[in-house]
Design a protein around this ligand. Structure first.
Ligand SMILES: *[C@@H]1O[C@H](CO)[C@@H](O)[C@H](O)[C@H]1NC(C)=O
Ligand SMILES: *[C@@H]1O[C@H](CO)[C@@H](O)[C@H](O)[C@H]1NC(C)=O
Ligand SMILES: *[C@@H]1O[C@H](CO)[C@@H](O)[C@H](O)[C@H]1NC(C)=O
Ligand SMILES: *[C@@H]1O[C@H](CO)[C@@H](O)[C@H](O)[C@H]1NC(C)=O
Length: 462
């Protein structure tokens, strides 16, 4: 390490840390779906501790209201979304039952566990079960009323998750609309409820399903020719944007364009049957990583520009008890023993990603991955503040020996033109040019080291 760098770091770090303290914590974050249909999964307390301490995950969605799991997340601060199982939904048309359900399953845990939502059923709108469907909105209303009674409605919102099957077509994003018969009868009252209570419309969006060899690049956020929506004239560079805009179009069509959209599930399997297109750990890693980065970047989608989206990855664990093709059991970021299937950029574990903010001294600065001889790159944290990212670019590119031509218009790394992408390039260049110390990737706690090469297409990261 050269002397000027030491001086620079000593002057700069306190300033950057101060700035980040003033601006507060990162917005958004990463969610995970914590399914438990596996035989060898770790105890919930271990899972909660691990997520809170060793990952950037700040939201967890449960598929039921298991008291042991709710208790395990006590004191972690992680936002917990609790799914009300489909089987319970019809009974919630009774307000007395809703009150009892909240009294038994929510209220006792809400003080210590940051319960943030009740998700009423999963994909009820595509279950083709009339009893369930007709019970949905009344159940949501009753749960909300029950939360009001115990003064938890300010903190705990009520929503439900939908598959894309709730739409008639997702071919042209601008033509998206809800299934006939569902739009006025079910979805409209649902949207009215979400608007009135400030809860988001939650969608499970999987570019993986319906994939062909021809759409693989489009689904994986790789460089591709793009797809033109003939209705709007807008060009789509990835499938997830197209899916979210189809949902947005459908919601707008009913007059509820102001209701927020959140991605309750998205993901990609790391293994599958021979006949399944695009399965594999590297593809799963790339998809999840890029989906998190894209939705947190603030770029938005063609129809919803300049905004971030909350996103939860499906799933936390591989679940060997799930039925269906091999892929169904292999959506996990982790195996049953908590070892990562791949690095989706969610770790603060020094073996995979170095938590740079805790490694400010030169002695510790190299990080375990570097010590182990593995290459590392510096990238922004998925939910890093946009203003900070711009400052990081300006700062890094202003340093002697850091040439940012590649991210200027016409440069090989200019497209896709996103702040996250440009900041990743600039921050990494600064990190690599300065001796690759972990603290050269701190950037006011907006940077993080990864062992996954962020290079894509013709854009090579040093
Ligand atoms: C609880 O979760 C919400 C997100 O729903 C978050 O904004 C808040 O900071 C969390 N609370 C604590 C105490 O961590
Ligand atoms: C509809 O869903 C309810 C609740 O899950 C269930 O009890 C019932 O058996 C289902 N009906 C049909 C026809 O599948
Ligand atoms: C898709 O591509 C893979 C790898 O190139 C190939 O093995 C497979 O046969 C292709 N599938 C179809 C349906 O074209
Ligand atoms: C999105 O942000 C860019 C850059 O700040 C701005 O030029 C553009 O007008 C914004 N678009 C919308 C629709 O707000």
């Amino acid at each position: 390490m050269t002397l000027p760098t030491v001086v620079l770091v000593q002057i700069l770090l306190p300033i950057l840390l101060l700035l980040s303290a003033i601006r507060g914590a990162d917005a958004g974050g990463i969610g995970v779906n914590y399914g438990t249909r596996g035989t060898t999964l770790p105890p919930p307390a271990d899972v909660a501790r691990f997520l809170a301490r060793d990952t950037l995950v700040d939201r967890v969605r449960l598929f039921d209201a298991d008291p042991a799991v709710l208790q395990a997340f006590a004191g972690t601060g992680l936002a917990v979304d609790v799914t009300v199982p489909n089987g319970v939904v019809p009974r919630l048309v009774s307000l007395a039952f809703a009150r009892r359900w909240v009294g038994e399953n929510v209220a006792p845990y809400a003080r210590a566990t940051n319960i943030s939502r009740l998700l009423v059923g999963n994909e009820v709108t595509t279950e083709a079960n009339r009893t369930l469907l007709l019970a949905l909105v009344p159940a949501m209303q009753n749960l909300h009323t029950a939360l009001v009674a115990v003064s938890l409605h300010g903190r705990i919102k009520v929503s439900t998750t939908h598959s894309l099957g709730v739409l008639t077509t997702t071919e042209q994003p601008s033509a998206g609309r809800f299934r006939d018969g569902y739009d006025a009868a079910i979805v409209k009252p649902l949207l009215r409820f979400l608007r009135a209570t400030g809860a988001p419309f939650m969608v499970n969006a999987y570019p993986f399903y319906g994939l062909t060899n021809d759409t693989l690049d489009f689904a994986l956020f790789r460089v591709n020719a793009g797809v033109m929506d003939e209705g709007s004239g807008l060009v789509y560079s990835n499938m997830l944007d197209a899916q979210l805009d189809a949902v947005h179009s459908a919601i707008r069509r009913l007059g509820f364009g102001d209701v927020d959209i959140a991605v309750s599930e998205t993901g990609w399997p790391s293994a599958g049957e021979d006949w399944e297109v695009g399965v594999g750990a590297e593809l799963a890693r790339d998809y999840n990583k890029k989906a998190i980065r894209h939705l947190g970047s603030g770029v938005g989608t063609p129809l919803m520009p300049n905004r971030t989206f909350e996103v939860s990855i499906f799933s936390l664990f591989d679940e060997n008890l799930k039925p269906g093709p091999v892929s169904e059991r292999n959506f996990g970021l982790f195996r049953g023993d908590m070892t990562p299937v791949y690095d989706a950029g969610i770790f603060t574990d020094p073996e995979t990603v170095v938590p740079v903010s805790t490694k400010l001294t030169p002695a510790a600065g190299q990080g375990a991955a570097a010590a182990a001889g593995r290459r590392q790159w510096c990238v922004p944290k998925p939910a890093a503040d946009e203003m900070m990212l711009q400052e990081n670019i300006d700062f890094a590119c202003g340093q002697e020996g850091v040439d940012c031509a590649a991210i200027r218009p016409g440069g090989v790394c200019y497209e896709p033109d996103t702040l996250q992408g440009h900041a990743a390039y600039a921050m990494n260049l600064y990190f690599q040019s300065n001796g690759q110390h972990a603290f050269d990737c701190d950037f006011g706690q907006t940077g993080v080291l990864t062992t996954a090469d962020p290079s894509f297409g013709g854009c090579k990261f040093m």
